[in-house]
Design a protein around this ligand. Structure first.
Ligand code: GLC
Ligand code: CA
Length: 574
């Protein structure tokens, strides 16, 4: 389709929006079996709307044996019985639409579950209609799987190996088979016809594998072979086919692009090969690690800023960013880039540090109340396949406690604990024992408590999302970063015409001085947002030590310094 039509105003509605991500199993249990579901979602739609978001992204809610909690799908056109059924989904969709909320689904087509009927047939032999739906070889190559050992698994019935880039129970689809691509389009139509508004496309840059599947070189642990399937030879052709389907509807496409670089992302997001409206990139998630699960290092603000600005500048005027700090694949952000000690301060500052960038912000369930990582006592309590593999594969010479600590830092389970709705038993998530551990801090961190306090993280998210939405400058304005080398402060400007916003974020536990950039010196801006109550400072802490810290910070602040994790947003008219 004509690029101009794709770019026309009408299809760009997602740019004004912000989204809330639901990982349903841990969101809200509506029917009392300890598992989150669509009944719970239905009841919480008002809450979601109250945040000021404009849409919901559902992580997979389809039937799945849950080897990878929904990302191993056994039926693309139904709802997992744990979560309800298609009728209940339609109820949620209708009500969401009535409330002005868009709904986007997860499209996971790099692989299926090994319990999907296509695979059950395919594994039987070489001469049935599904034989070529997957990638079969007589001999494996040297590729690694990202989740579980080597990327090949032998099936005696068929006498061949199948490829799985992820877990063993996630066989990769053979996208070179036109029938498989027709299936993908039919799945898209199924949901679009029902009325959904778009897709988040899982590991979409992995779906085209290089012919011959040559051996790969290792450039990261568990990534041998990646250069032969990341941004593979036919990726843009295949995505163009899927794009055509979307163009028949008023929907948008957001791709997840693990290990994607700015350069390769441009091909997906701009120009004649444009096939996605936005992409989830990962660079900014590596300011304290290398691909979360493997190598940990101390948090570096300079690294974080570099990653933010790299994407902001590269896409300026050409593409559109998807902004996020959390999702179901990453540990909680306060525990990583903020401070559990300065919990409220860092949780609010982190909101401002990304929501005002140029792009569409995504907020992951629980992020808006500042949920933090859970620390389980034993590896046996973890359920995420990648955490279990990592524990049993890497750093084996270290003692078990140290290895468990690595899991505390990196596990995806940290972000998958039940949503903390109130201070009652099971955090108000369920009337019965939940399917997974509730974070013991739920009495301090929960929705009900934060609703009552206007200085809470929850209310700060609301303020940020409302401010962003109220301003063309914050939606469309240019992005400029200041003092990129500063180790304590992240400062950026959004400007449009004669208006500018200056966003100042301290990542320091100690008071620090923020210098104003040249452009703003001698000008009086209007303070439109701050995470400390003006003058009087912070909400009182229950702990004596914290109070001392806060008092000291307050004294320093009088000397013109930013307090710990302070964020300030100024508006200037030129
Ligand atoms: C994506 C999903 C993740 C899943 C993986 C394999 O990265 O976000 O949860 O495990 O793809 O489907
Ligand atoms: Ca339930």
């Amino acid at each position: 389709m004509d690029e101009k039509v794709v770019e026309s105003e009408g299809r760009n509605w997602y740019k004004r929006m912000s989204f809330y991500q639901i990982w349903i199993r841990s969101f809200a249990d509506g029917n009392g079996d300890g598992i989150g579901d669509l009944y719970g979602v239905y009841d919480k739609l008002e809450y979601i709307k109250s945040l000021g978001v404009d849409g919901i992204w559902f992580s997979p809610i389809y039937p799945s044996p849950n080897a990878d909690f929904g990302y191993d799908i056994s039926d693309y056109k139904d709802i997992h019985p744990d979560y309800g059924d298609l009728d209940q989904f339609k109820k949620v969709l209708t009500k969401a639409h009535e409330m002005g909320l868009k709904v986007i689904m997860d499209l996971v087509v790099n692989h299926t579950s090994d319990e999907h009927p296509w695979f059950i047939e395919s594994r039987k032999g070489k001469d049935n209609p599904y034989s070529d739906y997957y990638i079969w070889r007589d001999k494996p190559n040297n590729w690694d799987s990202l989740f579980e050992g080597k990327a090949w698994e032998y099936v005696p019935e068929r006498g061949q190996y199948y490829l799985h880039i992820f877990a063993k129970k996630q066989p990769d689809l053979n996208m070179d088979n036109p029938k498989v691509r027709e299936e993908v389009k039919s799945i898209m139509r199924f949901w679009l016809d029902m009325g959904v508004d778009g897709f988040r496309e899982d590991v979409i840059n992995f779906i085209s594998k290089e012919e011959g599947l040559p051996d790969g070189l290792a450039f990261l642990p568990a990534a041998k072979g990646m250069s032969h399937y990341k941004d593979g030879p036919h990726i843009h052709e295949y995505l163009a086919e899927f794009r055509k389907v979307c163009e028949e509807y008023d929907c948008f496409q957001l791709g997840e692009g693990p290990m994607t670089t700015v350069k390769s992302a441009m091909k997906y997001l701009t120009g004649p090969t444009k096939s996605l409206d936005m992409m989830f990139s990962f660079d900014h998630m590596m300011a304290d690690c290398l691909y979360t699960e493997y190598v940990h290092r101390p948090f570096s603000l300079v690294k974080l800023k570099k990653a933010f600005s790299k994407w902001q500048y590269a896409l300026a005027g050409r593409g559109w960013n998807a902004l996020y700090l959390e999702n179901h694949d990453h540990p909680r952000i306060i525990s990583r880039y903020g401070s559990e000690f300065f919990w409220r301060e860092s949780g609010t500052m982190l909101a401002a540090c990304y929501i005002f960038q140029r792009g569409t912000p995504f907020v992951y369930q629980g992020q808006e109340i500042g949920m933090t990582n859970i620390r389980l006592m034993s590896i046996d309590q973890y359920v995420d396949v990648s955490s279990i593999t990592n524990y049993n594969t890497y750093h084996l010479k270290e003692d078990p406690e140290r290895r468990l600590h690595r899991i505390h830092l990196s596990s995806r389970d940290s972000a998958r604990t039940p949503m903390q709705w109130d201070g009652s038993e099971n955090a108000g998530f369920s009337k019965v024992k939940p399917w997974f551990y509730v974070n013991p801090n739920y009495k301090k961190i929960n929705v009900a408590k934060e609703e009552e306090n206007r200085d809470s993280i929850l209310w700060f998210y609301r303020k940020c999302l409302a401010l962003r939405k109220s301003s063309e400058t914050l939606i469309y304005g240019d992005y400029t970063e200041y003092f990129p080398k500063d180790k304590n402060i992240y400062m950026y400007e959004r400007s449009l015409g004669k208006e500018s916003y200056l966003i100042i974020c301290s990542f320091s536990r100690l008071p620090v001085r923020a210098h104003k950039p040249e452009k703003f010196r001698g000008r009086k801006g209007e303070l439109v947002l701050c995470n400390y109550r003006d003058g009087a400072g912070i909400a009182k802490s229950e702990r004596a030590l914290e109070q001392v810290e806060y008092k000291l910070a307050e004294l320093e602040h009088r000397k013109g310094l930013l307090r710990p994790f302070e964020t300030r947003v100024y508006r200037y008219a030129f």
